[in-house]
Structure formats: C-alpha cells, structure tokens
Ligand binder design. Structure first.
Ligand SMILES: [Zn+2]
Ligand SMILES: [Zn+2]
Length: 265
C-alpha cells in the first residue's frame, strides 16, 4: 500500500516526539542546572554577599532538586507499563493486542500496546503513564514546580541586578507589548533576553504547578485522568491507601528519592 500524506505526518510526529524527549533529557534539563550553578550562583553570591555556608546550602538544595527531576524523568521514560502477557482473569479484551486485560488497562494508539492502569500518554516523555511509572511522573512534576519557584527567585535577583531604577519593569513591558518598542526605542539586548528567562520561569511554574495539582489530586482520589470527571472530593480516610497504590508502600521515601525502593501493594 502506498503511504498517504497523513501517514507521513504521523511518522514525522512520532520522530518529533522522540526528539523532544531526548532534547529534554540530554540538553534542556542539565543545561538549565549548569546555567544556574555556573552563571547565576557566582553572580548572586558576589552581588548579595552570601556566606560560604549559604552558598553550600544552595548547591546542596539545587543538586537535590536536579537529581529528583532527572531521576524521575528518566525512570518515567524507561519504565515500561504496557501489558505484554496474557492475563486469563482479564476483564475486557483488546482486539488490537489480542489479549485479555484487567480493569483500568486501556489501549494506547501511540504506544501501540495496552497499558496497565493507563492514565494518559505523555507527549514530552513519548511514553504512556500508567501503573508502574505514574509515581515517577507525578514526583517529576512536583520537583519541576519546586525547582522553578526556587530558581525564579534567584534568577530574579540575578537579572534585577543588571538593571537600574525602572529598567527591569520597562524591559518586561517591552517583552509583553512589542508596540512599546516604538515608544522606548532601545535595541533589544542581552538584558531583555535575561528578562525573557524570568518569563520562562514563571510560565513553567504555572505549567508544572497546575499539572501537579491535577495529577496529585487524582492520585489522592484514587482515579486516573480518564475517571477524573466522574470523581468526587478527596476521601480523607482513603488518601494514604490511594497514595501507596501509586507511590508504593514506602510512599514517603518515593516522594523524596526517585531511586528508593517502594513496591506497590
Ligand atoms: Zn491493546
Ligand atoms: Zn501511549
């Protein structure tokens, strides 16, 4: 059969998904951490005269966040949560995989497999989020949020020191409203790019914060993203059980360390 234009688009999107995924793991996340540690940290220490102990404290905190972000991201991507074995006591039957599957397992067209307790297909990770990797995914979102709040504060200190008087606010206005360039005809320089960094930081805070809020809410309710619409408020007597169904029996360790062993009940 001759491939159609739509087939080429689908193939392109699949490759694009993988490129985004590897870019995120290999370049963007480590690049951000290296930038914070080698450019922002020395400047902030110098300008605001931080003590040696404060500096060490920040290095430890940022490294802890970095390990959690990267560890959870890699484990999320490389943990296979698809259903490959035939389960005789399955509830429904998948025509495409030709297997019986338990409740909450659904077929994903992008992964071309049935996924155990399927939550959703994550475009950035090029992988379905389900039974075995939801723990890493939710922790990843939480640590991205913490890292972004943390880095925005220090990036703001770093960028603000480059401007005098109302320069920061003017630069921010010029980025929001390009028409202002005609009224403030200064050329766009490195400082404006630094203000863009703050915008990126704030955008990522909103993005990761709202996703974490949504997914953690679902975890505590004991529902998947599909079942969210029909779910009620969080049952206070069930939150510990629901939490361990995703993060494992040692959920308190799983929440602070991606490599902690925490078997599912
Ligand atoms: Zn299937
Ligand atoms: Zn999928």
């Amino acid at each position: 059969m001759v491939p159609t234009f739509l087939d080429y688009i689908k193939k392109f999107l699949k490759v694009y998904e993988k490129v985004i995924c590897f870019g995120l793991v290999l370049f963007i996340t480590p690049g951000f951490y290296i930038f914070e540690l080698t450019i922002v940290r020395p400047s902030v220490v110098k300008i605001y005269k931080l003590s040696f102990y404060e500096e060490v404290f920040h290095i430890i905190c940022s490294t802890f966040c970095f390990i959690n972000v990267v560890g959870n991201m890699i484990l999320s991507i490389f943990t296979d949560t698809s259903l490959k074995t035939w389960i005789p006591e399955g509830d429904t039957y998948c025509e495409l995989c030709q297997i019986k599957r338990p409740a909450k397992a659904w077929h994903c067209k992008a992964c071309n497999a049935c996924i155990l307790r399927r939550d959703h297909h994550c475009f950035f990770f090029s992988r379905c989020i389900g039974l075995y990797n939801q723990r890493y995914y939710v922790a990843y979102l939480g640590y991205i949020f913490i890292s972004m709040v943390y880095s925005t504060y220090y990036n703001y200190l770093y960028v603000a020191a480059k401007f005098q008087d109302h320069g920061f606010a003017l630069s921010a206005f010029r980025i929001i409203n390009p028409l202002l360039r005609f009224m403030i005809p200064e050329p766009m320089g490195m400082n404006d790019l630094c203000v863009l960094l703050i915008f990126l930081n704030v955008g990522l805070i909103i993005w990761s914060g709202s996703l974490f809020w949504f997914h953690m809410g679902n975890v505590l309710r004991g529902v998947t993203a599909h079942e969210y619409r029909n779910s009620g408020p969080i049952d206070k007597s069930m939150w510990k059980i629901n939490l361990s169904n995703v993060f494992g029996v040692k959920w308190y360790w799983a929440l602070i360390w991606p490599f902690a062993e925490s078997p599912l009940p």
